[in-house]
Design a protein around this ligand. Structure first.
Ligand code: NDP
Length: 458
């Protein structure tokens, strides 16, 4: 895939970039290695200062940075501004909390004599490779970089090939914030060269946010090199609505959760599992809400739903919907790409989805809501778990017993009750099953890429 900025709303290629040559890559890896030797000895105060300055730059330049994201991947301009703001929040949160999270952890073994000191000390690993997706092109990167840099690691970013200008802007922001030379570098590389980077001895760990196939490759390569990895992969999150739910709130947040980021978020509500008692009403209101949306230019402040990021995304979604309909699913609204330039796909609702339809088990990465009906809470949990993915999930019920059952029995990394699944720096984020392993954010972020060294002094 060419490294280029192509406007998803028009299909026009605005700018192309050359990949790094082998020599330039070698220099970048050596720079990271050299930078780590001194960066690891910088103080928490210094690192926090650089992150806070980077957050200030994001705040000062929100408009320009947001416009770059909208141009490159098509999210609505309002959503892009919010993402830049959230990235600043993440930087500041880690500037404030990393020292506490990474403090020595004392132990009191019975066999230690009086006066002995036994503790865990967290040491950085070195250069960490981050393979990142286009869908939250700032947030995903800062979500990795803020805790990793606070822990004393240095970062190497291989960003998605369709967001090179955002990738370069992130490096530039951190450099202008004062981060030492080489402590965070963007590598303009195609994914075919990532194996070589993971194999390089100077690179000590890898993290990938993206699709399951890419995650399998990066995770396998890291494993073959005995290097640690974190994988945040796709999801097909359930959104379970039971009879005691506040239906107004469930519909409102269901619409929001399915369509966030033009339907291209790993934690979008994708499978709506509706109890028979509320299914007709929920379905009617969801379809009505989808039909009221304004689809179009993501730079227009009135647009609710912008284009998908790439033509391939539209092709994949179209195939999944068509094959599901051929298998027996019914389209309640939308259902095929919009005519005209750009990667526009309308908000779509599918129901009566048979088990052999792609929509039953695959992730649909676009604005398509999948409706399933459940007889009771057991049936709802069974359907929720009938997925190879296990990222997040949202459950709507005011019954404490049902809440407890769903929390305990839904097989995902995150369950949110009476609210949509969301991410914030203060709360851990990550999945299970084919949605990946490891956790980001909160106290887990900084400890993902460290050597937890046991120290015993007597
Ligand atoms: P991809 O997995 O294709 O791309 C993500 C990143 O991985 C890009 O930088 C890409 O580079 C790179 N990549 C792709 N293939 C390989 C490979 N074989 N080896 C190394 N790197 C590779 O994902 P999509 O662009 O399709 O993004 C959407 C997917 O990501 C969805 O499935 C979504 O659910 C998931 N995702 C998960 C998130 C989470 O937090 N769990 C968050 C966001 C998205 P290049 O662009 O050059 O191909």
């Amino acid at each position: 895939m060419a490294i280029a900025t192509t406007n998803p709303a028009t299909g026009e290629t605005v700018r192309e970039f050359d990949e790094l040559s082998d020599d330039a890559l070698e220099q970048a890896l050596q720079r990271a290695h050299d930078a780590f030797r001194s960066y690891r000895h910088t103080s928490f105060d210094d690192r926090a200062g650089w992150l806070r300055r980077a957050a200030d730059i994001l705040d000062d330049e929100t408009e320009e940075l947001a416009r770059l994201a909208t141009l490159e991947m098509g999210k609505t301009i309002g959503a892009a501004r919010a993402e830049v703001g959230k990235s600043a929040l993440g930087l500041r949160w880690y500037a404030d909390h990393a020292e506490r999270i990474l403090a020595d952890v004392p132990w009191s073994p019975r066999s230690a004599p009086e006066g002995a000191r036994v503790f865990t000390r967290y040491e950085p690993l070195g250069p960490v490779l981050a393979v990142m997706p286009w869908n939250f092109p700032y947030w995903q990167v800062f979500r990795f970089a803020a805790p990793a840099l606070m822990a004393g690691n240095v970062g190497l970013l291989k960003h998605a090939s369709n967001v090179p200008q955002v990738a370069l802007a992130i490096e530039d922001v951190l450099r202008r914030a004062g981060l030492p030379e080489g402590a965070f570098q963007t590598l303009l590389l195609s994914s075919s060269r990532i194996e070589g980077v993971i194999d390089d001895d100077r690179v000590r760990a890898a993290t990938l946010t993206g699709s399951e196939p890419a995650g399998r490759e990066v995770g396998a390569r890291a494993g073959a090199n005995v290097k640690t990895s974190v994988l945040e992969l796709g999801g097909s999150d359930p959104f379970v609505v039971l009879p005691s739910a506040d239906l107004d709130a469930a519909v409102e947040q269901g619409v929001q959760s399915r369509l966030l980021n033009n339907g291209q978020s790993c934690i979008n509500a994708k499978r709506f599992i509706l109890h028979d008692d509320v299914a007709d009403e929920f379905e009617r209101r969801l379809v009505a809400a989808f039909e009221e949306l304004t689809v179009g230019d993501p730079f227009d402040e009135d647009t609710d739903l912008g284009p998908l990021s790439q033509p391939q995304g539209v092709e994949d979604l179209d195939r999944q919907v068509r094959d599901s309909v051929a298998a027996g699913a019914r389209v309640l609204t939308g259902g095929k790409p919009l005519d005209g330039p750009g990667n526009h796909y309308p908000a779509t609702v599918l129901t009566d989805i048979p088990e052999n339809a792609p929509a039953h088990r695959e992730e649909l990465f676009g604005p398509v809501a999948l409706l399933f009906r459940a007889r009771d809470v057991d049936d709802a949990i069974r359907i929720a778990n009938d997925s190879p993915f296990g990222l997040g999930g949202s459950v709507w019920t005011t019954d404490p017993a049902e809440q407890e059952r769903c929390v305990n029995e839904i097989e995902t990394g995150m369950v949110y009750v009476n609210t949509l699944t969301a991410s914030t720096p203060e709360v851990p984020f990550g999945g299970t099953k084919n949605s990946g392993y490891g956790r980001e954010l909160a106290d887990f972020g900084p400890t993902s890429f460290v050597n937890a060294k046991t120290v015993w002094i007597q």
